[in-house]
Structure formats: C-alpha cells, structure tokens
Design a protein around this ligand. Sequence first.
Ligand code: AMP
Ligand code: GLY
Length: 423
Amino acid sequence: MNILILGSGGREHTFAYKIAQSNRCEKLFVAPGNAGTASIATNVDLKVTDFGAVKKCVVENNIEMVIVGPEDPLVHGIADYFAETSELQNVMLIGPSKRGALLEGSKQRAKEFMMQHNIPTAAYESFTVESLEAGKAFLENLNPPYVLKADGLAAGKGVLILKDLSEAKQELENMLTHSKFGEASSKVVIEEFLDGIELSVFVLTDGKNYKILPTAKDYKRIGEGDTGLNTGGMGAISPVPFADGVLMKKIEDRIVKPTVRGLSEEKIDYKGFVFIGLIKVDNEPYVIEYNVRMGDPETEVVLPRIKTDLVDLLEATYRQNLGNFNIEIDGRAATTVMLVSGGYPDAYEKGKEISGLENVEGSIVFHAGTKLENDKILTNGGRVLAITSLDDDFRKALKKSYQNIEKLSFDRMQYRRDIGFDL
Ligand code: AMP
Ligand code: GLY
C-alpha cells in the first residue's frame, strides 16, 4: 500500500525508516519531510494543518494509510476531517479524533479526565481572568515550588515552575491578564509540585485494546546536568532502567488501563499513540501530562526497538485488532543524542552545510531539521540530527553515538555530552 507520514522532524524520519523496511509499503510519502526522509521516500511540500492539501495528496497518490506525527493537525481535527470526507473515509488514519486530542490540547481537560477515571495525578485547580484573585489565594495555600500551566498548546513552553510566591502570583497575572502564552493561557491550571524522577510510557491503542511500547526518558534542558532552557529534547534512552516490573505493573493497572477504559466509556474515537509523561514519587507513578502522538526524540529510541512490522501493527490499530496482536521488542537498549544549532532554543541560524554523514558507522542518523539544496545537506532547524545507537546496555549504545558524532560537523554544532548522566 501507499503510505503518507505527516511532519518534518526526527520523529517522522524514524517512522519513515521503519515503514520503508516493511514489504507491505509500496510508495512512501512524507509531508513536508526533510533531507533524511527524501533519501527513502518522496517529500511533498504542504502544511500539515492544510487539510485540503493533505486530501489532494492522499487522493492523487492513492494513499491508504496516513500517520500523523505532530499534535497540531490532531488538535485541529484531522481525524474527524478524514471520517467526514467521502474520498478519505476508508483511509487508515493513525491518530485520535479531535475529542481525543483534547487530552493534549487542554491541560484542564486532561486533569478532568484523570479525576473522572481515578488516574493518579497532582492535585490542581484552574483559573481564568475572572478568577485571578481566587488563583492568587490558591497559590498562598500551596507549598513552593508553584507549578503554573497554560491550558492550551504553547509549543512546549507553557509550563512555569516558580520558587517564589510573589513571582508565581505575578506570572499568573501575566498569563491570564497579559496573554503571556496568547490564547493558550486564557485559562491556567495551578497544580501541586511533585518531586521525583520522570519517565515516559508509550501506548498504542485502538480505542478498546492497547499495547505498551518501550519506555523512554528524554533530556529536555539545553545544558549539561539538566540546566538552562527547555528544548524539544536533547537526547533519549530506552528502556528506562528504573522502570522495573513492579513499577510497570502499577503504571499499567493504575494509569494505562483506566486511560483506555476512560476513552472507551466516553465513546472517544482513538486510534493512535498515547504518550504518557509520568513522574515517580517514592515508587508511585503519577501522570504529569498526556500527549496524543509519539515524542521527539523518544521515537528515535522507541521505534528502532520494535521488531514487529510497523505497517501490520498500525493496520491492527486502525481495524481495532490490537487485542490479538503480538508485538516483539528488541531487548537491546537504544540511545539518541541530538545535534542542535548554536543558539537553540533561542535564535539560531539555518543553512549551514553538514559534513561527515557518509562516515557514520554502527549508528543510525535521523534527520530532524535538515534540507537538501544543490546536492548538499544543510541545517534547517534548531534540532538538526539525532544519532541513534543500539547495544546491550545504554552506556555502550551511548558510546557508539558519541564516537560517530566526532565524525560529524556543521558551523556552531552543539550537543549534550551527558545524556543518561542521572541513571
Ligand atoms: P508538561 O508540559 O506538562 O510536560 O510540563 C513540562 C515539565 O514541567 C515536565 O516535564 C516536568 O518536568 C515539569 N512538571 C510539570 N508538572 C509538574 C508537577 N506537577 N510537578 C513537578 N514538575 C512538573
Ligand atoms: N520530547 C517531548 C515531546 O515530544 O513532547
């Protein structure tokens, strides 16, 4: 069958890499894609939230399966658009409906869902500009640090963690009254701070059944030792060494099962990935957030460990056959290290030539922000390349990634040398 992947990052290159290996895939398209996807698929230049352009691409190329990488088109209702459009009704779209995507699109909705279905999470209240004073009073009754979350999508920047009460009150006001995060912060969730270690669990669900995919841990801060600004993610490791059988059973029983049951009870169409951000506090798991897609760079370590044919797995998801499906996981560890442009996550330059790609051995290079121009591969984003390696344990895998990184270069290339430092 012909398959289309929507998106342009390392996550989408990784999906393309796995799908290109399946003998069920005839022609593979990535829209808009990058220089990496161009080497194994046909890139289509379109905007992923332009559903009319997506439809044209699907119809013209006889596409039978569409995998949605980022959250934006999902939150804007691409799955509903496919279901309502006669030419697209039989296309296997992997991604939740708009109602399902609200689990990521609204922090308040996610919290209500967790309360409704008894899923462990931090205590919270939400506030709008009308209840600003009540919000400040609520902060006075909490212990620091204070966690403020813009309700809507804010490109990963909408969460503030503040030590000082007066600063927290000021930021609440900035969010509600001065639209600090635009429309996204017209509502703010204030929640209890949870002190623990984070991990992510990935679930594939067809709305009734589920499969738990490999766990991963990402490194979000730009600086070594988890310092400096938040980024999209500077590296990742899978599996998470401390996610042992006991913890995973708690996560499955208390979080994964009630989440899938909740979706089904609320009659939400959900055929896709649930990325559950968790924090372990004294051996007990709590949900920090839901995302309705795979993570980036987590995908770059999770998918390479799935041995099962990805097209078969996704088709079973679409046909609600996951209950009978067996999924085989590679027992080795996977790591990825992100190479980023100097200045990222603040301003950075694009268009720098990348050299040394042909010398990489024993690692997989996933392109994130790259483009092909006059036969040269140029940087085209903050996050540029993800260097993934597999080995018996994560330290050996990391060594391979770092050895290969020595062979790669572009002007003002940066990366963290301490991925996995806390494990
Ligand atoms: P989110 O966008 O919801 O994933 O939040 C971004 C980051 O803020 C998370 O990855 C955590 O590191 C941190 N965080 C969010 N909520 C809490 C909380 N209730 N307690 C402690 N840290 C949190
Ligand atoms: N790496 C975090 C995310 O994809 O949201």
